[in-house]
Write a protein that binds this ligand. Sequence first.
Ligand SMILES: [Zn+2]
Length: 499
Amino acid sequence: MVYNVAETVGVLGLDALPYWYIDKLREWGQTPHLSKILENSARLECLPPITEASWPSILTGVNPGKHGLFSFFHVDRATRERRLAHAWDLEHPRIHEMLSFNRLKSIMINPIPDYPIIPIKNSIIVSNLFFNPTPSSHPRQIYEKYFAGIRASRDEDYDGYMSEYIESIQRLIDDEGDVSLTWVTLNFPDYLFHKKPELLKSPRHAPRLWKLVDGLAKQMLDTYDSVFVVSDHGFRMFDYRVNVNDILYRHGYVTVSERDEEKPLVDLLARQKGARTKKVKVPKTLYMIIARLGLEPLARKAFPVFARLYEKVTGVRPVVRSGYSIDYMRSRAYMPEGGTYGVYIFDESVDKDELIEILRGYRGLKVWDSHEVYEGPYVERGPDIVVVGDHENGYVLGPARLMGTIYLKTKYQSHDLWGVFAAHTSDGSIEDAIKAKTLKNTIVTPLIMCHMGVPLSKYSDDLDLVGSLCKRDVRTMDYTMKFRIVKRLLKAGRRMGGR
Ligand SMILES: [Zn+2]
């Protein structure tokens, strides 16, 4: 059956756009179109506040317990191995896949998980800005036609790269944009927030990029009936880092490793850039001195200068390592990687409730049993205990390595829980329902699909809430069976050597 789509929709995904930043953009006044959309915004709760888990929640309309991605890593409970998560781990289809099952056309730029691309009918899919090691598209010639000619280097000239990149997207929309949905997710402002903390103070520190994004917002307003802006978490400056594994070490759950364990993400990113790297170990005493005297922010500023010099002279890029690895096999419970937002229990002798009480005894942490915050058949893939920094009071989690100290006073910019969901619809039917509200990130796709007049997934979280926020009838369907078949056929095709 083909449904009559009531609306064509454009969605602009801005990674890490914080809710509180809307005022900064309005005061600056140089992004009129973006600010017009952002006038009607909800504060979007994103748990966990990490790209590789939150975008899937946004794009599927279900929480990680149903879609299966909890962080950048998939943790194998039997072998305790960590590997990078990817699209095969996804257990619920995303919006463009659900539209495809209704024979509706879409353009999807950077669907997370972005690797590998799951090619489906009726959808142009481009995956070339986030973590895909081989920039690609479906159909394949789309990448060649619009993106292969980009000349600027993303790492050396991000401004130049993004201006070519956004122009390419605009040409693609001009040529191919006669679709029900166009969804563009950019790694901006996240990429620059991590590198350029002054951008948190004012958008005027990246004027060209904000104006380019505003141009894209304008094009979407001109092309589609309704336009939405969404982000996958917020961003802010923190005063303290809390080292969860140091707490677990103090209470006897964690053992120190004799060897230096590899960090898959850092190694992958370095390999992706084709760089030769060398690990530089910060001696423990030096680290303690830096931590105690509050010199950590200064050290972090100085390191890139040193690193560039070192790379120029030797051709090898230094990767700084401080602290010690935990012993992944012998420790009984631990946070496996930075950004995993929680503790995995590997030993049956560990009493989960007791450990939750221990963690709750430390200031700066928010701690839950995973079943309190996630729900669905894949909850066990994630951490047993969910831990997030007390963001409102300036605390953020530290790395997975043992740092020798539980609290580190610092100035450290990082993700927080609060993203954005903004609506500018043709009939004004959603704006009042979401304005200044706090909503979960799983609301985005069901609400957009309801607005489009397309049946929602019967597994959507918060179906009742969608019913009260959306003015149109709520119908539901089971899309997961079809998605499973698509994945199985693709995997079989790959094993046969075809694509
Ligand atoms: Zn993100």
